[in-house]
Design a protein around this ligand. Sequence first.
Ligand code: SME
Length: 315
Amino acid sequence: MEKEIYLAAGCFWGAEHYLKQLDGVVFTETGYANGHTQHPTYEEVYTDTTGFAETVHVRYNPQRISLKYLLEMYFRSIDPTSLNRQGADEGTRYRTGIYYTDADDRPMAEYVMEQEASRCSAPLQVELLPLSSFYRAEEYHQDYLAHTPGGYCHLPSSLFEEARRQRDTDTIQKNDRYALVLRQMQSLAEGETDEVALMANMAALLHDTFGHWWTGFYRVLGDQLVLGPFQGPLACMRIAYGQGVCGTAWQRQRTVIVPDVERFEGHIACSSESRSEIVVPVWREGSIVAVLDIDSRQLAAFDDCDRYWLEQIVG
Ligand code: SME
């Protein structure tokens, strides 16, 4: 599984050189994003009349680096309170922005921006928008600093050294643990067909391995979800279709990740301790028969790494 995000961080020469060194980033290219003309050239963008921002297209492996960590690293490379200026580079083409192609990434980006904002004394000037257009820059601008020794760069070289040393150890560790859980579940599932027994052991195994606040299942019964095997404190017993995070995942027929439950409209608070949540539908023969729900006391505890593994494990 690979994911992508587009990051505007001032001059794209330095920005690409920085982002490509992060462990888990698998591809970068420089280009022009979210302007209003077609196929702009560098010279056109340079006039600052096309609306484009110099941007780095980043593809990453969410099993090695989370979007949260990637965005935190991005923030280290910019002055987020500076409007249309990074280092000596000035103009709307040098504005900062996070442009996503997957709307599900927005809540996590909002969470990271809020955390960053709380550390800044001035308001953030970083845009958070869906990607509306992107044109790859001329070859001359690709990997510019790697093939131009001493080339202009608005970022200090110490930042690149730091980037090379970075590891998203939380994600790497989480990934290894899930791989083990999957193997354990596969051997538990051998020869066992009773779904309640499997759900019970899966809840126990996940709960033991990760120590989250609440781990369990709701089963589809008619037009409601009814509490199934779980580990953790008492929980609400029935959830209607489309209600709460669980009912929403059932309705949307896909995994829902909520970095901050207070920002999810209609979240059902079984406990005030729960701060973030992931709900994964369980399929049998083309229909959803249950959902796996995991709650954490930490904000933003779940991401695409959890989604990737939990979908396989319940599968
Ligand atoms: N928070 C869930 C309800 C289930 S409890 O978290 C165990 C929801 O909004 O659907």
